[in-house]
Design a protein around this ligand. Sequence first.
Ligand code: ATP
Length: 340
Amino acid sequence: MSSDDGVSGLTGLGRRHGAGAGRQECADAPAVEVSHLAKDFGGRAAVADVSFSVARGEVFGFLGPNGAGKTTTVRMLGTLVAPTSGSAAVAGIPLAPEKGVEIRRRISIVPESPGLYLQLSVAENLECFAGLYEAPDPGDRIDRALRAVSLADRAHDACGALSKGLRQRVALARALLSDPQVLFLDEPTSGLDPVAARDVHELIAALSRSGVTIFLTTHRLEEAERLCDRVAILNTTLRTIGRPDELRDQLFARTLTVRTLLPLTQPGRVFANLPAVDSWHQDGSDAYVLAVTDPVAAAPAATQALVAADADVLSISESRHSLEDVYLELINEDEEASRR
Ligand code: ATP
C-alpha cells in the first residue's frame, strides 16, 4: 500500500513546523518512558505499577487479554485520562496536565473504530482534521498522507462508500497529517482481510524505517511477532517485556525432537552423554524429545549417535515456540493464580 517515498515525504514535513523544534530538543529521550504508572477506576486497578520504555523508531507491541488495561495505558499516554499515580514521558515531554497540548502535537492515536464522517469524502474528512491540527500547507499534507496509504485515487469518494479496510487506511492517513513522532495504533488490522492487513503491516514497517515510533496494541500475536522489535504483555501489571525470541528462550527450554522409523532398542545408550543435551524422554513409540542447551551443538552429535546405532532417522527438528505460546503460558498462569 505505502511507498517509502510517501512516508518519508510526510515525516519530512514535520521538521518544517512546530513539532520539528521539539524533535530536536528531545532527540536523545526515549519515545515513551513509563514509571510505576497506575490507574484505578472506582478503587479497582485497571493498570498497576507499570514501568517500561520504548526507543525512538521502535515498533513496540502491547499485548494482553480483554480488560488488561491496554487502552487505559494508551489513554494515559495520549493525555486523555490522568494517571492515579506514577509518571511517564511521551516524545520526551513529561506527562502533566499543562503539557497535554505539547504531547498531543507530537503523537497520533488511531482507535480501533476509525470514527470518520461517513457522509464526507475522504479528502473532506482529512481537510476537516488538518484544520483542527492547524497544519500548515494542508493541501500538500493531505496529498502526501493519501499517497502514503495509496488512497490518492479515492480522495473524492464518500467515506461511507468505502470498505472497512479502506476506512482504516483513511484513519491512518488522518493520523499521519500531524506528522507524529509516536503513533499509537489500536488493533489496526482488526476485521481486515489478509491482503488489507498486509498493506497495513507494510505501512507500519515503512513508518518505522522513517523514524516514527509505533506503539501497537493488538490481539493478533502472529502480527506482533512479525512486526514488533519488542513486545510487552500486560495483565493489569506488566507480565513481561522483551524481544519475542528472548521471551521464548526465557520461558521455554530448547528441545530437539527426533523421529525414527522404528523405536530405538536402547535409547538411553544413544542419548546419554551427548554434548549440549541435558535430558531426554520418549514421546510416543517413535519420537524422542531432547532438552538441549545449544541445538547447533546437540543436533549433529545426536545424528552421529543415531547413525552409529543403525537407527532409521525420519527427522531431527528443533521445537519452535511461538509468541502465542509465551502469551498463553503467562496468561494461563495468571488465571490459575486467580482461581487459587
Ligand atoms: P480490550 O482488549 O478489551 O480493549 P483493554 O486491555 O484495552 O481491553 P481497558 O479498556 O484498558 O482494557 O480496561 C481495563 C479495565 O478498566 C477494565 O476492567 C475496564 O472495565 C476498566 N475501565 C476502563 N475504562 C473505564 C472507565 N472509564 N470507567 C470504569 N472502568 C473502566
